[in-house]
Design a binder for this molecule. Structure first.
Ligand code: NAP
Length: 268
């Protein structure tokens, strides 16, 4: 197997990020997994270590950081520099989801979603893209969302942060490609990770009808696209076909999503 150097995956301890990490490990990358919970990181490292052989040169390192904190992205970059890791692949996966009318969302949660989904991703993309451009090679994967096509009530905050991710990342990829840096932007539709907070029965129905996919499949598609240097993908070909009809689906989708939010409010 060809060794490919370090891949840094934010949100690499769970969900899509964990599966992307698994795929990158199989492609020959060593991993730096970043998220908030030390326990989740340890579990992820333990699980992924089973992929390694004895005397394997690939390594897995974990680092705890809350990337919604204002200076967290700069601190993470400084930590990577201090350890002399050369990051060949950056995956900005960590993201926060809010499905609620914006007027119901606390100031703290608004700050957190802007900070994590926009500021941290932008800072890390620019810091690493700059050093990759100097080296003349490197890859970045930024996770946007299918919600960019769904300007529905309840998604005003989340959808707008992900639209930023898409526009920023696709345009940045045009600026840096000639410098050897390939940026892949991914807009997954529903992925069964728990992030959306759907009741299990709804998630099951969504998987059966193809509205949701499993994180393992999504991870495989993302790694394949990144290795091929694709600029923008929506995982699952059928999701492309549904885009023109998302306006027609708006009333029913909004009802399902906001009903779930109402249940959450009732629990509090
Ligand atoms: N699931 C979907 O349907 C879906 C669809 C489209 C796009 N996406 C996007 O895909 C990405 C991953 O989603 P997912 O479904 O895999 O979510 P997930 O299963 O909840 O995993 C999120 C990961 O991010 C980490 N994380 C969360 N907040 C963080 C913070 N403030 N600082 C550092 N790490 C943080 C989590 O670990 P800790 O909790 O330990 O921090 C975890 O490792 C997100 O950007 C999401 O918006 C998801």
């Amino acid at each position: 197997m060809k060794l490919r150097g370090w891949a840094l995956v934010t949100g690499g301890s769970a969900g899509i990020g964990l599966e992307v990490s698994r795929g990158l490990l199989r492609k020959g990358y060593s991993l730096i997994l970043v998220s908030r919970s030390p326990q989740k990181l340890k579990n992820a490292k333990y699980e992924l270590s089973r992929e390694l052989q004895k005397s394997d040169e690939r390594q897995i390192t974990i680092h705890t950081a809350d990337l919604a904190e204002p200076s967290a992205a700069d601190n993470l970059y400084a930590w990577v520099q201090s350890r002399k890791f050369v990051v060949e692949m950056l995956v900005n996966d960590a993201g926060m989801y809010i499905c609620d009318e914006a007027l119901n969302v606390s100031r703290e949660r608004v700050e957190a979603i802007l900070s994590l989904n926009i500021r941290a991703l932008t800072t890390l993309s620019l810091l690493f893209a700059r050093e990759m451009a100097e080296r003349g090679r490197g890859r970045i994967v930024n996770i946007s969302s299918y919600s960019v096509y769904m300007r529905y009530a309840g998604l005003s905050l989340y959808g707008a942060t992900k639209a930023y991710v898409r526009n920023f990342s696709v345009a940045l990829s045009r600026e840096v490609r000639s410098k050897g840096v390939k940026i892949t932007t991914v807009a997954p539709s529903g992925v069964d990770t728990g992030l959306l907070g759907l009741p299990p029965s709804t998630a099951r129905l969504a998987r059966i009808t193809g509205f949701m996919m499993g994180p393992a499949r999504c991870g495989r598609i993302i790694v394949r696209a990144a290795m091929r240097g694709r600029r923008y993908i929506v995982p699952g070909w059928h999701n492309y076909l549904v885009i023109p009809f998302l306006g027609l689906l708006r009333p029913v989708m909004t009802k399902v999503m906001l009903k779930n939010t109402a249940t959450e409010h009732a629990k509090l």
